[in-house]
Design a protein around this ligand. Structure first.
Ligand SMILES: [Zn+2]
Ligand SMILES: [Zn+2]
Length: 395
């Protein structure tokens, strides 16, 4: 019986009893139904045969207090746990969880442990545990490691230049003491004599046989005589590992980087999952980012904007460059300094976008006042706004 069976089959309904039925009621109902659908009494009737099988299976679980509890537990799981959410972020699925659990003979780490504890020996079939899409099978199926997601905060400069950052990851991995075998140093697990390494055993119920996880090895196919003292024979350990993640130059705030194969290790030779790094970039005092370009606002004086000027502007981590403002530069105009932006994937660079901010003096000394008054007399404020005033009168 797989997780899938537990999720899909309503054993109470099959036996026609309530969820709170006593063992006596369950037994009584089972006997009645078993007699009714017994193959001996229904020769050649395949429907009856199926029903008999169902009834036997239901009774098998519900008559055993421990298994009934486990069954009830699975059935009451939130539906999110039921589906096989493959891939993506933190997604894990029942199959992985229980397969892991069984494949390594119990005691998982992290989330696995929580669920594992809850449902105890139920899922101790090796590598099996149906997600609903794949059949339960061999004890040592290769399994891809889970994808892992983490946040990394970088200074502006490190994001621009690229950096290798150590990332600490907590994950379930093979026990370092026994290298995942679960056996004490100097010993090796032996092939389970009960199931001859298959992890499955056949239980006979009347004329039908059911495949079940081997009780002896808990579905693992191997038995450990001297358990590893570190992991108590599970072969699993929850450990922290630090990986060196290479963050490419030019990453931007909010970007997500995929580092292939840096996620949780695979099992039984399966490939490792991927690590997704969410990049956060601290803002810079002066420079901003706009796609591959850097942005910068520079103050200019009114005469510089009006008459034109050559002004010195800073570049990021480079010498200042000279920007030529043409005569009559309006406030807010943006100029492009090529190749002084952020690194692109192809090795080229974006541009530096310089926006001018015409500065209005806050303090005016006598000398400046005189100059400004002269300027005022030269121009005519009324003329500047006459068109506006006229247009405003229109409907
Ligand atoms: Zn076995
Ligand atoms: Zn160990």
């Amino acid at each position: 019986m797989s997780t899938k069976d537990y999720l899909e089959k309503d054993y109470y309904k099959v036996l026609g009893v309530s969820k709170t039925a006593s063992q006596d009621e369950i037994k009584k109902s089972y006997r009645k139904l078993a007699r009714k659908f017994h193959p001996d009494a229904n020769k050649g009737d395949s429907d009856a045969e199926d029903r008999f099988k169902e009834v036997s299976e239901a009774y098998d679980v519900l008559s055993d207090d421990k298994r009934r509890k486990e069954y009830d537990g699975v059935r009451s799981m939130p539906s999110g746990f039921r589906g096989g959410q493959q891939g993506g972020g933190f997604g894990f699925d029942l199959g992985d969880l229980f397969g892991q659990q069984g494949g390594q003979g119990g005691a998982g780490g992290g989330t696995g442990e929580r669920i594992g504890d809850l449902f105890g020996g139920l899922f101790n079939r090796g590598g099996g545990g149906g997600t609903g899409t794949r059949p339960t099978s061999g004890a040592r199926r290769a399994r891809r490691g889970a994808d892992v997601e983490t946040d990394v905060t970088l200074s502006f400069g490190r994001a621009m230049n690229g950096v290798t950052v150590p990332i600490k990851l907590t994950s379930e991995a093979g026990c370092p003491s026994c290298h995942g075998t679960g056996a004490k140093a100097g010993t090796v697990p032996r092939v389970c004599p009960n199931c001859e390494g298959t992890g499955q055993e056949t239980r006979n119920l009347g004329s039908f046989g059911f495949q079940e996880p081997c009780q002896e090895c808990r579905g693992r196919g191997l038995v450990v005589d001297d358990p590893c003292p570190t992991c108590h024979g599970s072969g699993r350990a929850t450990g922290t590992r630090t990986i060196q993640a290479r963050i490419p130059a030019g990453v931007a705030d909010g970007q997500k980087i995929r580092l292939k194969g840096k996620g949780a290790p695979g099992e039984n030779g399966g490939q490792a999952g991927d690590l997704y790094v969410n990049i956060k970039v601290k803002p810079h005092k002066v420079f901003g980012r706009s796609a591959d370009n850097l942005t910068l606002t520079v103050p200019v004086t009114f005469p510089e904007a009006a008459l034109g000027a050559e002004i010195k502007v800073p570049t990021f981590q480079g010498p200042p460059v000279t920007l030529r403002l043409p005569e009559g530069t309006p406030n807010g105009r943006t100029f492009r300094v090529r190749g002084r932006g952020s690194a692109r994937r192809d090795g080229t660079k974006g541009d530096l976008l310089v926006t001018v901010d015409v500065n209005v003096p806050q303090k005016v000394d006598d000398h400046t006042r005189e100059a400004l008054e002269k300027l005022h007399e030269a121009g005519d404020g009324d003329d500047l706004r006459s068109e506006l005033l006229q247009q405003a009168r229109q409907e």
